[in-house]
Design a protein around this ligand. Structure first.
Ligand code: ZN
Length: 65
């Protein structure tokens, strides 16, 4: 293992050579990237898969335990 992990912005992949203290929005390089990341979360992953369970509980189960 000779690869030294470089700190890069997870959103725009910009190199962040300065110590993390230099970045008020760490681990993002800027507030803009922080907002973008938040938007991704809300837009793509903000789903609660509860409908499947709901459908299952209403289905008749003759051989229920
Ligand atoms: Zn960035």
């Amino acid at each position: 293992m000779s690869t030294t992990p470089k700190t890069t912005c997870p959103v725009c992949k910009a190199p962040m050579p300065a110590p993390w203290q230099e970045y008020p929005d760490y681990p993002f390089c800027s507030k803009r990237c922080k907002t973008i990341d938040l938007g991704r979360w809300l837009g793509e992953d903000y789903r609660v898969p509860d409908k499947a369970d709901e459908n299952r509980s209403t289905a008749p189960r003759p051989d229920e335990e």
